[in-house]
Design a protein around this ligand. Structure first.
Ligand code: PNS
Length: 164
């Protein structure tokens, strides 16, 4: 059985992530979406919230599961019995960031990395830009599944600091 891990922070999951996950799911028997649980102080969503949003938005693909992981990704891969990581590449900057991680992961464990080129529809979309735009009152509906957009709007309102 062919199985890959799609790892990430997914804070929150975007349509760009979902495009890559869905395309990976069409190529292999099983995709394990692995949500890094090391929460940065700047994260908008808890690991459990991020997992819940992913489970909701990946429900259409029966061969996709979503789980949390902590520690080294290669240790998670070993435990899950997965030999390959699949990631999306939006740009040369992504490649520069991803290549050393892929080489380190391969050196540590032999786990290989497969890259899927991002659709040009989503190549400028990132979770961090979505958070920034939403946090400043911009509309990010075009970049998120409707259920995720609703949660982002709610979180943006909750994070607004009352003025005065
Ligand atoms: O959404 P991101 O920022 O691309 O996700 C990065 C993530 C979670 C995939 C990456 O930081 C990761 O693999 N973290 C686990 C710790 C680890 O294995 N570090 C060594 C990488 S070579």
């Amino acid at each position: 059985m062919s199985r890959v891990v799609c790892p990430g922070s997914f804070d929150p999951v975007t349509l760009g992530h979902l495009d890559v996950i869905g395309r990976a799911a069409a190529l292999v028997d099983e995709v394990v979406v692995a949500v890094g649980s090391n929460v940065s102080k700047r994260a908008w969503f808890t690991p459990d919230e991020r997992v819940a949003m992913l489970r909701q938005t990946c429900a259409e693909w029966p061969n996709v599961t979503v789980t949390l992981f902590d520690g080294l990704l290669v240790d998670f891969c070993r435990t899950a019995g997965v030999r390959a990581i699949a990631k999306g590449l939006r740009s040369a900057a992504d490649f520069d960031y991803e290549l050393p991680m892929a080489q380190m992961n391969a050196r540590l464990s032999g786990v290989d990395t497969i890259y899927l080129p991002s659709s040009p529809l989503w190549s400028f979309v990132s979770s961090s830009l979505v958070r920034e735009v939403a946090g400043l009152g911009g509309n990010v509906d075009a970049f998120l599944a409707p259920a995720v957009a609703e949660q982002v709007r709610r979180r943006a309102r909750e994070r607004q600091v009352p003025s005065g």
